[in-house]
Design a protein around this ligand. Structure first.
Ligand code: NAD
Ligand code: UDP
Length: 316
């Protein structure tokens, strides 16, 4: 197959490009490098991964066959989307519609990388796909949450125009190739632990997330590309942890003696988050396999092999 991956130079996108070329697909990665890095996919260029620097909020024109479009372009880390509010709204809205148009022109399968953030600060736990969510439309996170909710709506409208669309709601995912300075909790705690800096817990640390290892997630993305499922399907690891438990795990895996320091909780930070995954298990036969201890060990190893990047992130 020939697959267009928007946001393919980012964390998840680069792993998806890699999984696709390794099984024999050719990939066209479209990315504006706003939060992604070319070095994430450099090693894939000779394997059939073509890169074009493009902002998908502008019309997308691709010559030749396209069998699938996986639309991952969007800032995803809270500090990134708070720094890029209008760009985030634009890529979730115009960018998604441009990617859908491309799929329609080529009669291609379309996958939307949506997010657990469509549930906002959820009042239902664990989150089932039929829950409509609890999003503050004018809060700081709304640029991301509402862009993704619009992205789901426009994807659904194109399904009504006979485009073979699928929506995946991705829950917190971590692993190698996260930007050390992206400000997400896993990368931040690992950088802090490896450099002996204090671990920065926001709020009491009692808030929860459910962390999925990237290889598991990408297996699900590929299965979704190969299927005709419409979704939305939650995809994530239901093993729920408090942020404090995550800090303790990172400290124990790294053997670090960093202190823990507490800072105010950002506005509208979700209190609990855990995916219900019965639907994705039934539809795609997908379930996560990598326990958090193992996934964190692999991720720590990857960061530890890049001391300069870790030191630079610790200083920033
Ligand atoms: P990332 O920031 O590493 O990757 C996003 C990529 O999109 C980057 O390479 C960036 O340069 C590119 N991009 C942004 N705006 C663009 C534009 N206008 N045109 C072209 N490229 C653009 O983030 P990620 O963690 O890899 O997330 C990928 C996707 O998965 C995002 O859509 C995100 O919302 C979704 N998602 C991720 C997670 C997670 O835990 N990682 C959770 C839920 C949803
Ligand atoms: N968090 C934290 N310290 C940090 C970064 C994040 O305690 O240095 C918290 C954050 O407030 C949230 C959780 O960790 O409760 C997950 O944050 P992240 O930004 O990784 O993802 P999201 O909030 O989008 O789930």
């Amino acid at each position: 197959m020939r697959i267009v991956v928007t946001g393919g130079a980012g964390f998840l996108g680069s792993h998806l490009c890699e999984a696709l070329v390794r099984r024999g697909d050719t990939v066209l990665c479209l990315d504006d490098l706003s939060t992604g890095r070319l070095e994430n996919i450099e090693h894939l260029r000779h394997l059939g991964c073509e890169f074009v620097r493009a902002d998908v909020t502008r019309p997308i024109d691709v010559t030749g066959d396209v069998d699938a479009v996986a639309h991952l372009a969007s800032p995803a880390s809270p500090p990134d989307y708070l720094r890029l509010p209008l760009e985030t709204l634009a890529v979730g809205s115009r960018g998604t519609e441009n990617a859908l148009r491309l799929a329609r022109q080529h009669g291609a399968r379309f996958i939307l990388a949506s997010t657990s953030e469509v549930y906002g600060d959820p009042l239902v736990h664990p989150q089932q796909e039929d829950y409509w969510g609890n999003v503050n439309p004018i809060g700081p996170r709304s640029v991301y949450d509402e862009a993704k909710r619009f992205a789901e709506a426009v994807t659904t409208a194109y399904r009504g125009l006979s485009v073979n669309t699928g929506i995946l709601r991705i829950f917190n995912t971590y692993g190698p190739r996260m930007r050390p300075c992206d400000g997400r909790v896993v990368s931040s705690f690992i950088v802090q632990a490896l450099s002996g800096e204090p671990i920065t817990i926001y709020g009491s640390g009692d808030q929860t997330r459910s962390f999925c290892y990237v290889d598991d997630l990408v297996r699900g993305l590929v299965a979704m590309i190969d299927s005709t499922e419409a979704g939305p399907l939650n995809i994530g690891n239901p093993q729920e942890r408090t942020v404090r438990e995550l800090a303790e795990l990172v400290l124990s895996i790294t053997g670090s003696s960093s202190a823990i320091e507490y800072f105010p909780l950002p506005q509208d930070d979700p209190t609990r988050r855990q995916p219900a995954i019965a639907r994705v298990q039934g539809a795609l036969g997908w379930a996560p396999e990598v326990p958090i201890e193992e996934g964190l060990r692999r991720t720590v190893q990857w960061f530890a092999a890049r001391p300069d990047a870790v030191a630079a992130a610790a200083r920033s």
